[in-house]
Design a protein around this ligand. Structure first.
Ligand SMILES: Cc1cc2nc3c(=O)[nH]c(=O)nc-3n(C[C@H](O)[C@H](O)[C@H](O)COP(=O)(O)O)c2cc1C
Length: 249
């Protein structure tokens, strides 16, 4: 490794067990600052961050996500795709907000939110903290919208549970680069099947030998079981996104 940032980026692991210690207001401000300085599409800053500190709301989110462990985190953010602020600006300036309702602008707010989310994760790790990004808030977006009083043209995308790590899980091996990083053209290559077998073996060894939550699992099996999960889970996502005023065209 050539520098501390590369070192940190390649040492990421999701943390789901925390010491009983909250983040300080100063730490939270630093994390929000790191998020805000991320790149943002067309400099439109189309996302918002909600720090959830109310135990009753946190409990509801834990129910939605099925992740009771988040209640022991030291801070919880919800990252919200947000065109509401820009809608207000359009209205106040008598400008037609038609474009804000486009798929293009929804995607832009999703990009902004996701990039800011990762900035928070990387910043937290640089401060000796750890955490997990949580897409599982999408198990019930309507309830999230209600709990957080989200207006039209906003959508709750991701939670982030952060805190002082209580464990240090082994690094989860990623795909071989040859199946993942191509030159000029998309090309899984002739040896894809063999490469996949090797990766399946690598991941299965990882799962078997890891110190917590050991199990038998290959990457292929993981993907297949993801696909066989409840087909109706989150089936109404598209209509909820549209109800919020996004992706009208
Ligand atoms: C968009 C997104 C959503 C995620 N949602 C969840 C989640 O709801 N619950 C969870 O336990 N982990 C969640 N994760 C964490 C992934 O499971 C984790 O990053 C992946 O298994 C790789 O493990 P690692 O982060 O320890 O390397 C999410 C990660 C991302 C990027």
């Amino acid at each position: 490794m050539t520098n501390p940032i590369l070192e940190a980026l390649t040492q990421h692991r999701s943390i789901r067990q925390f010491e009983n210690k909250s983040l300080s207001p100063h730490q939270v401000t630093e994390l929000v600052d790191a998020a805000q300085h991320a790149s943002t599409s067309t400099f439109s800053q189309q996302y918002s961050i909600i720090s959830v500190t109310d135990p009753a709301i946190l409990k509801e989110i834990a129910k939605i996500t099925g992740h009771g462990w988040m209640l022991r985190s030291g801070h919880y953010f919800v990252m919200v795709a947000d065109q509401y602020r820009n809608l207000k600006i359009a209205q106040e300036n008598g400008t037609d907000p038609y474009i804000l309702h486009s798929t293009d602008k929804f995607l832009a707010s999703v990009f902004d939110t996701a990039i800011a989310t990762e900035n928070i994760m990387v910043a937290a790790e640089s401060m000796g903290l750890g955490g997990t990004i949580m897409g599982s808030i999408l198990n019930d977006p309507r309830q999230m919208i209600k709990l957080l009083h989200l207006p039209e043209m906003t959508f709750p995308l991701l939670g982030i549970a952060l805190g002082y790590p209580k464990d240090k899980p082994e690094l989860k091996p990623r795909l071989p680069k040859i199946e993942f990083h191509f030159s000029n053209h998309y090309d899984l290559g002739e040896n894809f099947d063999q490469q996949l077998l090797d990766y399946d073996q690598l991941l299965s060894d990882y799962y078997r030998s890891r110190s917590t939550n050991g199990r038998t699992e290959t990457f292929s099996h993981h993907i297949v079981s993801e696909l066989n999960r409840n087909h109706n889970l989150r089936a109404d996502l598209f209509s909820i996104i549209q109800e919020q005023g996004f992706m009208a065209h």
